[in-house]
Design a protein around this ligand. Structure first.
Ligand SMILES: C[S@@+](CC[C@H](N)C(=O)[O-])C[C@H]1O[C@@H](n2cnc3c(N)ncnc32)[C@H](O)[C@@H]1O
Length: 259
């Protein structure tokens, strides 16, 4: 497989995501990412991608490989790629082949995978040209006719309550507070999170995530060399296609690589 020039350089450049996705993200969502949730999500990924036992599949920004772990027994190979060495250390023993890399310059040859997926708003954390480039790069490594799945929050939900403050206690002690501000005009969600640990230490960070609407997805996919197959949600993945509305918990875009 050919390495992509520039991949290593991107990896060593500091990015805003490194501080957000370190301990702050990990400790503040650990109790929410239950085994049951990961099972439901993995079943949706498997079904929507139509995964077969001979397939080679890429988990883009795999984190600690909670999906790759469940999907690895179903296919020939799952490769989990992430930028964070700490998450990859936790992903060891998952059954996935782990690669440290940057999703903006994937160290894989064109068409190397039968399918790829990116779960939990991991792909669109840049400006619009950067996001489009990330999607193009994901599409590049999928073979013609192969499928790509991208999951993020449902912007139709956020448009109804664009400003929100949430606070909750963590099961092991500590408290997390978050202010989110979603701008429907730009599709960008700004999250300010502050985690106060049980011992009083504080971790804080800001994330900027871009959620594309169902209408935006079609041209976005086309520009990346993909055909949009379906917009759906985890809650709808088992059902025949229906229109995504503001009750769906998330948005899943399923696309096929053009020949
Ligand atoms: C919200 S987490 C999702 C992890 C996993 N997909 C899940 O659902 O549990 C986002 C992940 O993206 C990774 N990440 C952020 N920017 C990245 C980049 N440029 N290249 C590769 N991984 C990146 C982070 O390290 C983190 O593991």
């Amino acid at each position: 497989m050919g390495a992509v020039p520039g991949g290593r350089a991107l990896l060593t450049e500091p990015g805003w995501t490194d501080s957000w996705y370190g301990d702050l993200y990990d400790e503040s969502v650990a109790d929410l990412l239950t085994p049951r949730l990961s099972e439901l999500e993995s079943a949706a990924i498997r079904r929507l991608l139509g995964m077969g036992s001979a397939d080679r599949v890429l988990d883009l920004a795999c984190g600690h490989a909670r999906h790759a772990r469940l999907l690895a027994p179903c296919v020939r190979e799952v490769v989990g790629l992430d930028r964070d060495a700490g998450y990859l250390a936790r992903a060891r023993g998952s059954g996935a082949d782990l690669v440290r890399g940057d999703l903006r310059a994937l160290p894989f040859a064109a068409g190397a995978f039968d399918a790829a997926y990116s779960w939990y708003a991991s792909l669109f954390v840049y400006d619009d040209p950067g996001n489009e480039a990330a999607l193009r790069e994901a599409a590049r490594v999928v073979r013609p006719g192969g499928r790509l799945l991208v999951q993020h929050a449902n912007p139709l939900v956020l448009a109804r309550r664009p400003v929100e403050r949430t606070e909750r206690d963590l099961p092991g002690g500590g408290r997390v507070a978050e202010d989110s501000h979603y701008d429907p005009g730009t599709g960008r969600d700004r999250l300010k999170r502050r985690l106060t640990r049980r011992d009083g230490t504080v971790l804080a960070g800001t994330a900027h995530l871009r959620y594309y609407t169902p209408e935006e997805w079609e041209p976005l996919a086309r520009r990346a060399g993909l055909r949009l197959v379906r917009i759906t949600s985890t809650s709808q993945a088992e059902r025949p296609p229906e229109r995504l509305d503001e009750h769906a918990p998330d948005l899943i875009a399923l696309a096929e690589k053009l020949e």
